[in-house]
Design a protein around this ligand. Structure first.
Ligand code: GLN
Ligand code: ZN
Length: 746
C-alpha cells in the first residue's frame, strides 16, 4: 500500500536538512532521493510483490504532493521560482511566507500538510512527479503502480480559505483533473493506479457512500485508463463498500485489521471485483498469525472474483526493519514484524493462496510457534499489577469535591491571583543534546551526565526566579522525549535502537514498543523534582506524561483492549504522583497532549474511548490528597467533541494551546460545565516571535471577563524545548509583566 520514505538510516532526512542548510545542492538531494527509491522498489520486488507502489516517495508529505499534482498550491508560493524550493516553502515557510498548516493524518501520529482551497484555486494537472517516478521504476523493470491520494480524501482533508465554499463542493472540478491524470498515466504505460481513500472509512464526509459512487462511476466509466484500485484503510467501510462495489473500478482495498472480513464478504457485488485484503497490520509492529490470516483469506475468496494480499495501510507508520535491532531478546524479536518483514508476510500469504499452504508450511509454522511463545511469555502477565487493578474500584478514580480541593490548595500554596507558570520543558540546548549523545555513545558516564543535567536544572530554576514566575518547573533537560523517557523506566516496554518513523517532514520519532504488563519498578522523576525543589522556596511542579499519551506515542500490544493497557500505565503514573507528593511536591502536572489524537474515526466508537481515556487519567491522578494540585496540559484549543471529556478529567488546572482567543476557549469550557482553573496559552511557542506585554495583557483581560481571577492561570501554550533561551527569556519576561499589570487592574 506504500512504504516508508525517510530511508532505513534516515538518509533522506539528512539529505533534505543539509539541502535546507545550504550545505548541499539540489542535484545532491535528488541523487539521494533517487537512490532511496531504487533501493525501496528493488527490495519490494525481491520480496515477491507482484505490483510495487510508486509515488509513495515524498520530499515532505503526500498530501502536499497531491496539492502540487492538482495545481492547488496557493498563489502566494509562486513568489518562489524554483520548484523544489517552492514546495519546501509551502511545507515549512520562508522568512516572508507562512507555511501551510499541518495536522494529524487520521488517528496516526503522522502529520500531513493541509491544502488550502479558496476561490482562487484553479485545479490543473501537474503530473511531473508521478510520471517521473513511474518511468524511473519502469526503467528498472519494476511492475510499478502509482499511488495517489484520491479526490474525496484530498478535498475532505483540505481547508476552505478566503471565504471559499467547503472544499468537497469542488469535487466535480477535481474529478475532471483526475480523469486527465488517468489518461496521462495510461499513455505512460501504467497498468494500475491506486487511489487512497481512507476518508471512506471515517465519518468525516456526511454522504461518503454517495460521493464514492459518484466519483468512481465517473472515473471508472472512462474508457482509456489504467485499472483502478481504490484503497481504504484505518477503519471499516460500511455503505461506501457497497457503493464502490457498484462502480466500474477493478479493485477495492479493505483494512482487515481495523475491520472484519465477514462484513466485506457480505457485499454481493464483490463477486466481480478484486478485493485487496489488508490483512498484515501496516501500522503496528506485531507479527502476523499467518495460519489464521490464511483462513480469513481463503474464506474471503468465496465472495470475491480475486483476492490480493496487502498490508492494511502503508508501512510508512512502522520502522523499516527488525534487522537493525541489535539489542533485542530472541523471544521479543520473534513476535515482531517491521516494514520489510511485513512485506515478506504479504508475499508468503499470497503464495499460500496461489500454491497451497504446503508451499509455505515452514513460514506458517514458524509464525504459529512465535505467536504461541508470545501468548505464554511470563512478561505479558504481572499478577501484582492485575490484582491491584482489580481491587481499585470506582472510588480509586475520584478525588474530593473541586471546591474543597481549591480551598485547601490555596491555603497550602498561597499563590497570587493569575499565577504564572510554564508547561514544563525549557530549551533543549546544544550542550544538553551533546551530553545525551555522549552518554548513549558511552563517552560520558551516568554520574557526569546527571551532574550536567543538575546544573541545567539549577540554571532554569534561577532563570524562573529572576523572571518572577510563581510556579516553577525543573525544565525536563534529562528527557529525550516525554514518552520514551517513561517507557525506558517502566517494565513492559522495549525501546528500539533504529525504529524511526516519520512524524512529519524530516522529523522522525522512535516509538517504544509496549509489549507486556506495565509496572513501575521504582520512582522515575522524584529525584529530579526534589532536587529542583531544594533550590527554591517557590513551588516546583512535578511533571509526568499521562496514560493516553504514553499509549498514543507507543506501539501498543494488540492482545488486550487498549483500556486495560491504559489502566496499567495509569497505575504506574499514579504511584509516581503519590511518591512525588510524599517527597513534598505540592503541584503535579500530568500531560495529555494526545487525548484527542486517539479519538476513534467513527462516531459510534467515540463515547467508549472517551470513557476509558478519562477513567485512566483519573486513575493516574486521584491517589493524592486534596491539597495536592493536579495540572494537565492539552496541545490544542479546538475541543469540539472532547470538551465534555476535558471537564471530566477533573484536573485542578488545565493549560491549552493558544490557537484561538482566550475568551472563546474559556467560554467553551465553561459552557461544558468546566468549573476548575484554566491556563489558555498566552502566546504561541511554535514561533520565534516574542509577544509584547500589551498583547498578552489584552488576552488576559478578555479571559478574565469570562472567568474570575481565581480560576485563571498565565502560561505559554506549550513546552519551550524547541525554542532558544534568549527568546524564552524575553517572552516570559513580558508574560510576567502582563500578569502583574492585569492583577493590578491596569
Ligand atoms: N511537559 C511537556 C513539555 O513542556 C509537554 C509537551 C507537550 O505538550 N507535547 O515539553
Ligand atoms: Zn503542548
Amino acid at each position: 500500500m506504500g512504504s516508508p520514505r525517510i530511508g532505513p538510516n534516515r538518509e533522506l532526512k539528512r539529505a533534505i536538512e543539509s539541502y535546507w542548510a545550504g550545505r548541499t545542492d539540489k542535484a545532491q538531494l535528488e541523487s539521494v532521493a533517487a537512490e532511496l527509491r531504487k533501493q525501496t522498489w528493488a527490495e519490494l520486488a525481491a520480496a515477491g510483490l507482484d505490483s510495487v507502489p510508486v509515488n509513495t516517495f515524498s520530499y515532505y508529505d503526500h498530501m502536499l504532493d497531491t496539492a502540487v499534482l492538482v495545481g492547488a498550491l496557493p498563489a502566494r508560493y509562486s513568489a518562489v521560482s524554483d520548484e523544489v524550493d517552492r514546495y519546501f516553502a509551502a511545507a515549512r515557510g520562508t522568512a516572508e511566507l507562512a507555511p501551510l498548516e499541518m495536522t494529524k493524518w487520521f488517528d496516526t501520529n503522522y502529520h500531513y500538510i493541509v491544502p488550502e482551497i479558496g476561490p482562487g484555486t484553479q485545479f490543473a494537472l501537474n503530473p511531473t512527479k508521478v510520471i517521473a517516478e513511474l518511468e524511473e521504476a519502469q526503467a528498472l523493470g519494476i511492475s510499478a503502480r502509482p499511488v495517489i491520494v484520491g479526490p474525496l480524501t484530498f478535498l475532505a482533508l483540505s481547508k476552505a480559505v478566503d471565504g471559499g465554499a467547503v472544499p468537497i463542493s469542488r469535487l466535480d472540478e477535481l474529478v475532471a483533473v483526475y480523469a486527465v491524470l488517468l489518461s496521462t498515466l495510461a499513455n505512460h504505460g501504467a497498468e494500475w493506479v491506486q487511489f487512497d481513500e481512507p476518508v471512506l472509512a471515517t465519518d468525516i464526509l456526511d454522504n461518503a457512500a454517495d460521493l464514492a459512487r459518484h466519483t468512481y462511476s465517473v472515473l471508472g466509466d472512462l474508457s482509456y485508463r489504467p485499472a483502478i484500485f481504490v484503497a481504504t484503510y484505518f477503519g471499516e467501510l460500511t455503505d461506501a463498500l457497497t457503493s464502490l462495489a457498484g462502480t466500474p473500478v477493478e479493485a477495492i482495498g479493505v483494512d482487515l485489521v481495523a475491520g472484519s472480513a465477514a462484513t466485506v464478504a457480505a457485499v454481493p457485488a464483490l463477486t466481480n471485483k478484486t478485493v485487496v485484503a489488508g490483512i498484515v497490520d501496516g501500522r503496528n509492529v506485531w507479527r502476523t498469525d499467518l495460519e489464521s490470516a490464511l483462513g480469513t483469506l481463503e474464506k474471503l475468496r468465496e465472495s470475491a472474483a480475486h483476492v490480493a494480499v496487502s498490508t492494511s495501510c502503508s508501512t510508512l507508520h512502522v520502522p523499516y526493519t527488525l534487522a537493525a535491532e541489535s539489542d533485542i531478546d530472541a523471544a521479543l524479536r520473534s513476535w515482531l514484524a517491521f516494514g520489510s518483514e511485513k512485506v515478506i508476510e504479504v508475499a508468503t500469504l499470497a503464495r499460500a493462496l496461489r500454491e497451497g499452504r504446503e508451499a509455505v508450511a515452514a513460514a506458517i509454522d514458524e509464525a504459529t510457534a512465535a505467536i504461541a511463545s508470545r501468548k505464554s511469555d511470563p512478561r505479558l502477565r504481572n499478577g501484582d499489577v492485575r490484582a491491584r487493578l482489580a481491587s481499585i474500584l470506582a472510588g480509586g478514580r475520584t478525588r474530593g469535591p473541586a471546591a474543597a480541593r481549591r480551598e485547601s490548595q490555596n491555603a497550602r500554596l498561597n499563590l497570587p491571583a493569575l499565577p504564572t507558570t510554564t508547561i514544563g520543558s525549557y530549551p533543549q540546548t546544544v550542550e544538553i543534546r551533546k551530553a545525551r549523545a555522549a552518554l548513549v555513545a558511552g563517552e560520558l558516564d551516568q554520574n557526569e551526565y546527571t551532574n550536567r543535567m543538575k546544573a541545567e536544572v539549577e540554571s532554569v530554576i534561577r532563570l524562573q526566579e529572576r523572571l518572577g514566575i510563581d510556579v516553577l518547573v525543573h525544565g525536563e533537560p534529562e528527557r529525550n522525549d516525554m514518552v520514551q523517557y517513561f517507557a525506558e523506566q517502566l517494565d513492559g516496554f522495549f525501546a528500539t535502537v533504529n525504529g524511526w518513523v516519520q512524524s512529519y517532514g524530516t522529523r522522525c520519532v522512535r516509538p517504544p514498543i509496549l509489549y507486556g504488563d506495565v509496572a513501575r519498578p521504582k520512582p522515575m522523576t522524584v529525584d529530579w523534582a526534589t532536587y529542583a525543589q531544594s533550590l527554591t522556596d517557590k513551588p516546583v511542579k512535578g511533571m509526568l506524561t499521562g496514560p493516553v499519551t504514553i499509549l498514543a506515542w507507543s506501539f501498543v500490544r494488540d492482545d488486550q483492549p487498549l483500556s486495560e493497557t491504559a489502566a496499567q500505565v495509569a497505575l504506574a503514573i499514579r504511584d509516581e504522583t503519590v511518591d512525588l507528593e510524599a517527597a513534598g511536591i505540592a503541584i503535579i502536572q500530568v500531560d495529555e497532549p494526545a487525548l484527542r489524537e486517539l479519538l476513534p474515526l467513527r462516531r459510534e466508537d467515540k463515547d467508549a474511548y472517551l470513557d476509558w481515556a478519562v477513567s485512566s487519567f483519573r486513575l493516574s491522578t486521584s491517589g493524592v490528597a486534596d491539597s495536592t494540585q493536579i495540572h494537565t496540559h492539552l496541545c490544542y484549543s479546538e475541543f469540539g467533541e472532547i470538551i465534555g471529556a476535558i471537564a471530566d478529567l477533573d484536573a485542578d488546572v488545565t493549560s491549552v494551546e493558544a490557537a484561538r482567543s482566550h475568551m472563546e476557549i474559556v467560554e467553551d469550557l465553561t459552557a461544558a460545565g468546566f468549573a476548575n482553573s484554566i491556563g489558555p496559552g498566552v502566546y504561541d511557542i511554535h514561533s520565534p516571535r516574542v509577544p509584547d506585554t500589551g498583547e498578552i495583557a489584552d488576552g488576559l483581560r478578555a479571559a478574565l471577563s469570562a472567568v474570575g481571577p481565581e480560576r485563571l492561570w498565565v502560561n505559554p501554550d506549550c513546552g519551550l524545548k524547541t525554542r532558544k533561551t534568549d527568546e524564552v527569556e524575553a517572552a516570559l519576561h513580558n508574560m510576567v509583566e502582563a500578569a502583574k499589570q492585569v492583577r493590578a487592574g491596569a
